[in-house]
Design a protein around this ligand. Sequence first.
Ligand code: 5AD
Ligand code: SF4
Length: 456
Amino acid sequence: MTKEHPQNAETAKKVHIQTFGCQMNEYDTDKMLEVLRHENYSQTNCQDEADLIILNTCSIREKAENKVYSELGRLRELKSANPDLKIGVGGCVAQQEGKAILRRAKNVDFVFGTDNLFELPEMLSKVAEGQKISRTERHARQKVRNFIPDYTFQQAKNFGVKAQIAITKGCNNHCSFCVVPFTRGVEVSREPEHIIAEAQRLVAAGTREICLLGQNVNSYKANGTDFVELLRRLDGLEKLERLRFISPHPKDFHAELADAFVTLPSLCEQMHLPLQSGSDRILRRMRRWYTMETFYEKVALLRDRLPQATLSTDLIVGFPGETEEEFEMTMEAVRNVRFDLIYSFKYSARPGTRAAEYPEHLAENVKSERLKRLLETQEKIVREKNEALTGSLQEVLIEGKHHRKENTATGRTRGYHSVSIKDCKTKAGELLAVRITGANPNSLIGEALSTSPVSG
Ligand code: 5AD
Ligand code: SF4
């Protein structure tokens, strides 16, 4: 054990964190692990040997929320077998439900909201004294705040080839279906220097690809630095090969950001642009602030500059009042844009949101049937697009060994396609020139063009 590493193997306690939901929750889990590492905890993948179990929860759809209570039910046995085990619930469900979780699940020791994860040490010492804790207070409203303490990235030892950095938290948009503004609060941007310091630590520790995170990244603004300027500054970091971001809002995607894809070498030719629906009436009711016409213009901003850029999106089917014709408009948008990847969801009413109060909620079987048709349409598009990539030359960032196939490495193209490469000796973190030789439904197959990495 080194000096700066607070962990001591003999006395270290073990923590298991189960993460539900989005990339922001994954990022928060990494930060919780970092906070707990400073409290002499080490991570375990096995719940049975844990002294502390934390569920980092998601409430974006009802299904995700229900998982939390079924998981807590399962943990009841573990707690009776080991009364010293402490159980905490964090994340979006915790933010919304607070004390109600303590009442409903007696085996839970503490509940903490999305603004409170850095108070874990203090909460744990109270829990050790036998107290039950619920902490969901919000920080004061501030447009700019360094909501990630520096010490959580000072050593950055445990990070991989790819890493994420939160640049904003919260959201001011209030799309009518979405619970996030309630669970994560108003939008706050981090100071650029703070973000760059985190990126520098990561790159020094071996990270080659950084994905910037936020609910609406392109509305980032802090100390006179806007999103494009932040990208420019990060692009200048030596050894940072690739830069991405999720998620931009179409209403804030403009020509200057599209230009950045051309002028910044590290910014990958790939973007996630959540559409949600192909019908202007539904988009209005969703409070998305764009029409299909303006969405197509945004897509053109990127594709006119970079025809090879890959595009992914989020779509909701069965929004309250969505007619068959309006659903068909979503299908048409998918056929027109030909996204490389879609994340599609059945609408789920979320307490407190405007859409939950709208009339004409659709039956579950209608939503399921529409989702099925959407997925079938998209499957065909992906198959065709993947086949079109066969024979192409791609730069792949090697991430490591394939988890199932022997002697095979995996990595991703700049367009974010996953590629498996047989007989590949290239180390994780290196770039490799790869010829695409075939495609599976969700990934590509390639062969290394040379044993030497791509330069630059
Ligand atoms: N029901 C279904 N999908 C939702 N999303 C957000 N809220 C809901 C909801 N109430 C989807 C949106 C968003 C993604 C992260 O989750 O498509 O972009
Ligand atoms: Fe939710 Fe809309 Fe904000 Fe995205 S932009 S987090 S969908 S409110």
